[in-house]
Ligand binder design. Structure first.
Ligand SMILES: [Zn+2]
Length: 689
């Protein structure tokens, strides 16, 4: 826009008050002079060819839409259109002429032009970005010719298979691509293909094998750039031979001579090779660089003149090591010490260390001394132990135990290896300090593993759990019989039960203080209410504690509310247990019964009733008949009172509109549920009795 010409032109004035616009044309630019109560607040300009717009406000050029100039937000368009007016017909004509059409109001047309201009601008920027990224990606060379051959050898160990064909009764061999007729081969047996002399693994039960690996390829682009490309590689073997696919996930552009920071590009598809992948600078599908191999062929050339040039990445690549190359590169400033580990051939330790680097820079571990200039300084152990670590290709845990050994006492090789393989660190068994040595602990856990079939890490948790429970109930945890139980899992479960019962006993003690008659009443129930046939039995609780334990096991509300104890205390209802005879100590259904034998409630696990109760109902009727023979006049009177209280209770519940809050009956009227559960004694029988 030729701004000078615009500023030289004189703004057309208005005589009207309010928010008024006057229009004028200067060099094919539409100028809208914006007035508030006759005061000029801005000169808004739009050029005819591309609808580019700018406004001169308070002596400055700004990029604002016309409504914004008058102080309206984007969402206040409706008001703005009503409030802002063109000064005269003359002004309207000028604007119409500029837009070359007049089907909608001038201000609406202006608004649309502003929006379409913004949209076009964004589109152009996006297209430019697409072109820029595409051009950069075009510069990246294709994968080296021997990449697949190298991958098969290093990442997949040149594995080949022989698949059994049941119909033909022969094998297809992926090494020679032909069939072999062989007898007596076993699944997973290693065999030599007589055509290629290649080792093949016999597969009788599988029709195909798929393996997945990851890999980084560093390549030179030009004098200023290199690229680190990260692939997921799938190899599939089946009766047709083998297929190899390298899917490209992430590309890092590395700039030479420190000119620019690394640029990340992420593949937009989950599985696409280098020719089909689309690249963008946002990580929509959450791609990560993990443990991977590094292709050595182009590595040295690709790293030349980058900040990574002096790192030992080519050396690790040539050794075929798998590690988090990406994290190592991100920490190039602090991982000079890795040089000693790579040259010293500490493969596992290097890999595990690479995982402790942050992608954003920084070492999260605490085991290694990063400032060390010699391996024994970095590891913090003497040279003899350094050599042991190298020989056994030990990792972090191996080194942890070597350090422990140096400070305490020596450990046999197989113990250290067992501890490392089971991922146990010295701090994990500190809880046994002064009671058992690592060797004793290892032997103990091995025996418990056989005994319980639980994992070692699971057993360690069980052990700690067991000891804390033992200490809680004041067992002597320094006594070997206690801290080293013969059957750990069994002793643990026993303690859980014991503590639960102890809790119940404590609670029962509290309840008995409140409802002092309950235990005596329970003791009377046995004679009068216990009964059994071939399948079922009615068992009376011995006291509050039995009721609390039953409630805990069946997880119903009985141990959580005082209501039932209150009713027993007043002889309104009793609690009885319905059990199956074959397992008479195992909680089945809990019954709430009136002294007459009327059953108010029958509930099993989680306050429920299952279909099996229908079967048991016949037995309960039989029991009710038997009870009536046993009950005294006093029981009958108590039964009458209970009945009255029950009916009154239901009436109140209905009046209060009480409904069940949770569980499978939620929303139902409580009184309805209770009444449906009711099993009254037959009154005719009662009279007869
Ligand atoms: Zn073969």
């Amino acid at each position: 826009m030729k701004k000078r010409g615009i500023l030289l032109s004189k703004p057309v004035k208005t005589r009207k008050t309010g928010q008024i616009i006057t229009a004028q044309m200067v060099n094919e630019i539409l100028i809208l002079n914006c007035y508030k109560d006759k005061k000029l607040i801005a000169r808004y300009c739009m050029s005819s060819n591309d609808n580019q717009y700018e406004s001169f406000v308070n002596g400055k050029w700004v990029h604002k839409k016309i409504f914004n100039i008058f102080g309206y937000e984007d969402w206040q368009h409706g008001n703005a259109r009503k409030d802002i007016k063109l000064n005269s017909n003359e002004d309207e004509k000028i604007v119409d002429l500029f837009f070359k059409k007049t089907c909608i109001s001038q201000l609406d047309e202006l608004d649309q032009r502003e929006s379409s201009h913004l949209r076009k601008k964004a589109e152009t920027a996006y297209e430019k970005k697409v072109k820029r990224i595409d051009a950069l990606m075009e510069m990246i060379p294709t994968l080296p010719d021997d990449f697949e051959k190298w991958s098969s050898k290093v990442m997949f160990n040149d594995e080949e298979f022989m698949f059994y064909d049941k119909e033909k009764d022969n094998y297809f061999c992926t090494a020679c691509g032909k069939e072999h007729i062989e007898k007596n081969l076993k699944h997973n047996e290693k065999w030599i293909c007589n055509r290629t002399k290649h080792e093949v693994i016999v597969k009788r039960r599988q029709q195909s094998i798929m393996k997945k690996e990851r890999c980084m390829v560093i390549q030179n682009m030009d004098n200023t750039r290199s690229v680190a490309r990260h692939f997921t590689v799938d190899k599939v073997w089946n009766k047709e031979g083998s297929t190899f696919e390298a899917y490209e996930d992430v590309r890092y552009i590395l700039y030479k001579d420190g000119s620019k920071r690394v640029q990340w590009f992420y593949g937009q598809y989950t599985k696409a090779d280098e020719f089909r992948q689309d690249w963008w600078d946002t990580n929509r599908s959450g791609k990560h660089c993990l443990i991977e191999c590094c292709y050595p062929g182009t590595c040295r050339e690709g790293l030349k003149n980058t900040v990574y040039e002096n790192m030992d990445i080519p050396l690790m690549a040539e050794k075929g090591w798998k590690l988090c190359y990406n994290r190592v590169m991100a920490n190039h400033k602090i991982c000079g010490f890795l040089e000693y580990m790579v040259k010293g051939n500490f493969e596992r330790l290097t890999r595990e260390t690479s995982e402790e680097f942050s992608c954003w820079g920084g070492y999260c571990g605490s085991l290694l001394n990063l400032e060390g200039n010699k391996v024994h300084e970095i590891f913090g152990v003497d040279m003899q132990r350094v050599n042991r670590l190298r020989q056994k290709n030990g990792g972090m845990n191996y080194l942890r135990w070597l350090k422990w050994e140096q400070e305490n006492r020596s450990l046999p090789e197989d113990t250290i290896q067992w501890l490392e393989n089971n991922n146990i660190r010295p701090e994990d068994i500190e809880f046994m300090e002064n009671r058992m040595s690592p060797v004793q602990i290892a032997n103990y856990l091995k025996r418990q593993e056989e005994e319980s079939k639980k994992s070692i890490s699971g057993l360690l948790d069980t052990w700690k759990d067991y000891l804390s429970m033992a200490e809680r109930i004041k067992m002597d945890s320094n006594n070997e019989m206690i801290f080293r139980p013969k059957k750990l899992k069994h002793s643990h479960d026993e303690l859980v039960l014991m503590i639960e019962q102890k809790d119940a006993a404590i609670k029962a003690g509290e309840m008995l203080l409140k409802y002092e008659k309950v235990d005596n009443i329970c003791a009377e129930l046995k004679e009068k209410y216990e009964f059994e046939d071939e399948i079922y039995a009615i068992v009376a609780p011995r006291g509050i504690e039995d009721i609390i334990v039953e409630g805990k096991i069946l997880q119903h509300c009985m141990d959580k509310t005082d209501r039932y104890f209150d009713r027993i205390n007043q002889r309104e209802t009793y609690i009885l247990f319905l059990r199956k005879k074959e397992d008479v100590n195992k909680p089945y259904y809990t019954l709430e019964v009136e002294p007459s034998g009327t059953i108010r409630q029958k509930r099993t696990l989680g306050d429920r009733q299952n279909e099996d109760i229908e079967e048991a109902k016949k037995f309960l009727t039989k029991w009710q008949k038997e009870i009536q023979k046993r009950t005294t006049e006093e029981d009958k009177k108590l039964g009458e009172d209970s009945r009255r209280m029950r009916i009154e209770g239901y009436r109140k519940l209905r009046e209060e509109n009480s409904r069940i809050r949770g569980g499978y009956l939620a929303g139902t009227l409580l009184a309805d549920v209770l009444e449906a559960d009711l099993m009254e004694i037959n009154t005719d029988d009662r009279k007869a009795g």
